[in-house]
Design a protein around this ligand. Structure first.
Ligand code: HEM
Length: 182
């Protein structure tokens, strides 16, 4: 996982719960990484999961709730990395359909060794979209948090449900989205 995501996790915890809480959480972790996380670096996914899990335990929420809140928080920060691909959009559905082939492609050019999920889109109705997510990481709660961040950003309500299923021996998750302007 790219260092930028670790840096944003630190920022998220410090901004919401303070520096002391963040230091206490790190003290409880036994991370593989000993040096500071730097944006372009790549670090074990397990280290991010451990910080999230320990943070959740400390805050009395589930790891999925922590991942969701983190995803929601980081979306506008991620936009800052590629504003030219976001700012001209005014509908979250049209924007979401660019993540796989435009945004995450750009991310792979910007960061070597970036691994992004694979999205397939099923667009059958005007105010609906199904995103079929496939990734070795299975970060479904992060996905939902990012979608909530997109809803905040575009001032929409996005109702969602998820269905995990098997596709040719591989686990995928269908996120069914319904867009309502606020
Ligand atoms: C402007 C927007 C975005 C930028 C700049 C961005 C960038 C990134 C970066 C840098 C990573 C980490 C790659 C790695 O560690 O190797 C990542 C991962 C990820 N992105 Fe995006 N992203 C954006 C929007 C979104 C949105 C809107 C979604 C969801 C609908 C999304 C879903 C994910 C997920 C779930 C991952 C985790 C990796 C995985 O599941 O395998 N991203 N993205």
């Amino acid at each position: 996982m790219k260092g930028v995501l670790f840096n944003l996790l630190e920022e998220f915890i410090i901004e919401n719960y303070g520096e002391k809480t963040f230091d206490d959480i790190l003290d409880e972790c036994s991370l593989t990484t000993t040096e500071p996380f730097v944006g372009p670096g790549t670090y074990p996914d397990e280290d991010l999961m451990e910080i999230v899990t320990k943070a959740a335990a400390k805050l009395g929420i589930t790891p999925d709730q922590a991942m969701f809140a983190y995803g929601r928080y980081i979306f506008p920060k991620l936009v800052e990395a590629v504003p030219q691909f976001v700012e001209h959009h005014d509908h979250p559905k049209v924007f979401l359909k660019t993540i796989n082939d435009v945004i995450h492609m750009e991310v792979k050019k910007m960061y070597t060794h970036a691994y992004t999920p694979e999205f397939k889109y099923f667009d059958t109705e005007e105010d609906k979209l199904i995103i079929q997510y496939s990734s070795k990481r299975k970060l479904y709660a992060l996905m939902e948090g990012l979608i909530e961040g997109v809803a905040d950003y575009f001032n929409y309500t996005i109702r969602r449900s998820r269905k995990i299923h098997d596709l040719n021996g591989k686990e995928v998750c269908d996120f069914s989205l319904y867009f309502i302007p606020n």
